[in-house]
Design a protein around this ligand. Sequence first.
Ligand SMILES: *[C@@H]1O[C@H](CO)[C@@H](O)[C@H](O)[C@H]1NC(C)=O
Ligand SMILES: *[C@@H]1O[C@H](CO)[C@@H](O)[C@H](O)[C@H]1NC(C)=O
Ligand SMILES: *[C@@H]1O[C@H](CO)[C@@H](O)[C@H](O)[C@H]1NC(C)=O
Length: 369
Amino acid sequence: MKIVFLVLLGLHSAAAVTHSLKNIVTASSQVPNFPEFVIVGMVDDVQIQHYDSNTTRLVPKQDWANRVTEDNPQHWERYTARCLGLQQIFKGYIETLKHRFNQTGGVHIFQWVGGCEWDDETGEVSGFRQVGYDGEDFLSWDVKTNTWIAPKQQAVITKNSWNNDKALMAHYKYLLSQDCPDWLKKLVNYGRSSLMRTELPSVSLLQKTPSSPVSCFATGFYPDRAMIFWRKDGEELHQDVELGEILPNHDGSFQMNVDLNLSSVTPEDWRRYECVFHLSGVKDDIITKLDKTAIQTNWGKTGDGRDGGFPLGAVIGGVVVLLLLVVGIVGFFLWKKNKKGKDGVQPANTTDASSSSLSSSVEVQNTGL
Ligand SMILES: *[C@@H]1O[C@H](CO)[C@@H](O)[C@H](O)[C@H]1NC(C)=O
Ligand SMILES: *[C@@H]1O[C@H](CO)[C@@H](O)[C@H](O)[C@H]1NC(C)=O
Ligand SMILES: *[C@@H]1O[C@H](CO)[C@@H](O)[C@H](O)[C@H]1NC(C)=O
């Protein structure tokens, strides 16, 4: 998906940085211990704002994100009101969809993801938006034609009604090509020192059982543009290795691992192997030699007498955060029609008090699905 794509881009062009602004709206019914309505806003995959139906307040999640109040002291109050409105609209959407899919009750999730990307070297900008229902694409946005596509038959009626609304389409185009990138640039500027920092991870070798692959586990790095791989005699290995995904930690840093299957390697040959961690923009790699005494296990004590064991907290933490993100990512967005909207495009007051990173990526049409 998008995130994976960005990570890959990061790997292959370490110098150029593609920034992203994204808001994820999740409306759900009957999910235990999860608010019915949640909005999460992110810049470069760092959370900047949060709203849910339990707290009913839109709040900044980074000190630098709060700098939006410099231009508009009422920013959070104003957009809290907007969130309350979206909450009602999305609740209606879920009801409409349940009806359309002949569902009477049970767990249902409707999501909207919208936002934009900006390459700070080429200046290129692009927008994206996607709508999902119960974990499947419901509507997707075609950037080439600036129209909605309906992957599901039940979405065709919505697709036609939205695509036929010329004012809506023009407004979308403006939001994704101009308003959203303007907000993204502004927020990246506020958060520059934090977003552009680099943090190196701690790297450990882990093994579940004596016959399991040895996992080289790096946790605590930032940003998420990193590579990890095994080397033998200085050559990168592609066989008998399994590369894990980059996962977020609770503290905003990331973790990843690469496993090496050593079942056909003799003990004398172990010293020819090493694990390499490379962080984009950092010259020195972290190199960890494969050494039996350095491996942490969870079947007993390690050779150096330290307690073995996986840093399970970190691993599980990452997985939980990932699940929450995945719940968020399938998502979707709509726009709220400008009261004067019938006769044209919203005026181009982008970063003033009438706009926000939220409204630039989540605009909901009141007229329904
Ligand atoms: C809602 O908020 C209350 C009080 O802050 C908290 O105890 C409860 O766990 C929250 N529920 C959910 C679903 O987040
Ligand atoms: C819903 O029920 C109607 C009438 O029974 C049927 O025609 C339609 O195909 C059903 N739709 C779905 C998505 O099952
Ligand atoms: C490791 O490799 C051996 C053979 O080379 C294979 O039998 C075994 O299933 C592999 N283990 C894992 C966990 O992939």
